[in-house]
Design a protein around this ligand. Structure first.
Ligand SMILES: *[C@@H]1O[C@H](CO)[C@@H](O)[C@H](O)[C@H]1NC(C)=O
Length: 291
């Protein structure tokens, strides 16, 4: 089954919608779910526009307001899954390129007063207690850097620790990056029930395939739907801001046509140019008389 290809298609379609609009919003803001983990749905927020990337706290809040949490990586397998997601997106020509991602690992500055070494002070923002870490060589450097990113610099030359890809680095929390959110399947169920009333499903050719796990487990049905509903709000974001622009173009076009019509009528009556000349001459005469 080409289910993997289907997933890529879902993402690619959403990406196309995203970049086709005037807005240029989040490139890949769809939730994708996998059956293997307890909290097993993820959403990448990648901003091509550097000015839209956000600080750690903002990213954390964005995930929480969306019903999830900033990504925790609790095992090598989960790390691999996210790497795979990012690789697929980068390869698909979706426009995802250099730009690190905030993950939900951080330490609060005041803990430095304790005697534990700095690397032990990092904790997961979602409350996970997993000790799994995937630091880049010589990281965490600590100091004023207290929030963690997953490197994503596919075009950068490799450093001493290898390519700057998927390994972690602590950074200053106010730096601007992309981010990844993680969700429990519970939200998905609610979402699916909420969306059931809407007859909008099936507008996209990307519905069936979903992901590699959807044949094995019954709850994965929800995942497919979640992936799909992610696109509809995306489309809305594109269409709604376009409406005023279209109206403006229409009005401009109308005005233009009207004026051209007006002019061509006027020319046939021979003398609009003379009349304007006349108008422009009179004040000059007046002023010369005054002087
Ligand atoms: C990445 O793409 C491959 C091939 O299409 C697919 O098998 C795999 O499931 C995808 N991985 C993720 C995490 O989406």
């Amino acid at each position: 089954m080409g289910s993997g290809g289907g997933l890529v298609l879902v993402l690619a379609a959403a990406v196309l919608c995203g970049t086709g609009g005037v807005t240029g919003r989040v490139l890949s803001g769809q939730k994708v779910c996998y059956g293997d983990f307890k909290r097993s749905c993820y959403k990448l927020a990648y901003f091509q526009d550097l000015s839209r990337r956000v600080g750690f706290e903002e990213a954390r809040q964005a995930c929480e307001m969306d019903g999830g949490a900033l990504l925790s990586l609790e095992s090598e397998a989960e790390q691999q899954l996210i790497e795979n997601m990012l690789q697929n997106l980068t390869k698909s020509g979706s426009g995802i390129s250099d730009g690190d991602f905030w993950i939900g690992l951080w330490r609060s500055g005041n803990e430095l007063a304790t005697s534990s070494p700095c690397p032990n002070l990092y904790k997961w923002a979602d409350g996970s207690i997993s000790p799994f870490r995937n630091w880049y060589t010589d990281e965490p450097s600590c100091g004023s850097e207290a929030c963690v990113v997953m490197y994503h610099q596919p075009t950068a030359n490799p450093g001493l620790g290898g390519p700057y890809l998927y390994q972690w680095n602590d950074d200053r929390c106010n730096m601007k990056h992309n981010f990844i959110c993680k969700y429990g399947p519970d939200n998905i169920l609610e979402k699916e029930l909420g969306d059931r009333a809407e007859p909008n499903h099936g507008n996209f050719p990307t519905v069936p395939a979903g992901n590699p796990y959807d044949t094995s487990k019954p709850e994965d049905q929800y995942h497919v739907i979640a992936t799909e509903t992610g696109i509809i709000p995306n489309l809305i974001y594109v269409v709604i801001p376009t409406i005023p622009l279209l109206l403006l173009i229409l009005v401009a076009f109308g005005t233009c046509c009207f004026q051209m019509l007006h002019k061509s009528k006027g020319r046939s009556k021979t003398s609009p140019n003379q009349s304007t000349l006349w108008i422009s001459k009179t004040p000059r005469k007046d002023s010369s008389m005054e002087v």
